[in-house]
Design a protein around this ligand. Structure first.
Ligand SMILES: [Ca+2]
Length: 217
């Protein structure tokens, strides 16, 4: 039988069958990666609380951070150190990949910056994920939580963030924030990886085509 199979198949026919099987597996591999209509769609969470630990609250409240509407949460630095400490807590969030994003304007100084930090439940310490630089023009910042699912940032569906000016502050400096949210792709809701299943289907189809070809000859 093996001799008969090899004698009946030209190289070009074998290549066509193999390409067909590879095409099937490649299509599903793309789906598993999250392309197209099957992509993981991020969820956006508003903060559940915001509190000035260090600094002077000039204007705004929690609701000010819900919408991009010109209603700003506005805090001035103090001499410190630290010069500023604003806690932003999220509840009802499950571990996932994503970013902490906010629309802000930092009226400060080019040599000052504020760090965005997330509470690490594993090390029980703050982890710096990125800076907020001085800028006169409001802009979006989206600071990633990590590439592989930062599970240590989540506990009991909670995540704690803070804006922190570690060094001495300057009272005329202000951090103004119009919107804050946490954008997450929930790991458990991503499409399963069907690659292995479709690889098997592709191989079975290839063998079936080969069988029919030999039988009909
Ligand atoms: Ca607002």
């Amino acid at each position: 039988m093996a001799m008969r199979l090899s004698s009946k198949f030209s190289k070009s026919r074998i290549i066509v069958i193999v390409l067909l099987a590879m095409s099937l597996t490649a299509q599903e591999t793309n789906i598993a990666k999250g392309d197209g209509d099957f992509a993981c769609v991020p969820q956006f969470f508003n903060a559940s609380s915001i509190e000035v630990i260090v600094g002077t609250l000039n204007d705004g409240n929690l609701e000010s951070t819900y919408f991009l509407d010109g209603d700003w949460y506005n805090v001035s630095e103090v001499t410190g150190p630290p010069g500023l400490d604003i806690r932003v807590n999220f509840t009802g969030v499950s571990p996932g990949c994503g970013c902490f994003e906010f629309y802000q304007r930092y009226i400060g100084h080019s040599q000052h910056d504020i760090e965005v930090q997330i509470w690490n439940f594993t090390s029980t310490s703050w982890t710096t994920i990125g800076p907020v630089f001085w800028n006169d023009t409001a802009n979006w910042d989206c600071i990633g939580l990590g590439h592989h699912g930062p599970l240590h940032f989540f506990k009991d569906e909670k995540l704690y963030a803070r804006f922190y000016h570690e060094t001495v502050g300057h009272p005329p400096h202000e951090l103004q924030i119009d919107r804050i949210d946490l954008g997450l792709v929930q790991i458990t809701e991503c499409p399963p990886d069907y690659s292995i299943i479709f690889l098997a289907i592709g191989l079975i189809l290839m063998l079936a085509i080969a069988f029919l070809y030999v039988r009909d000859k």
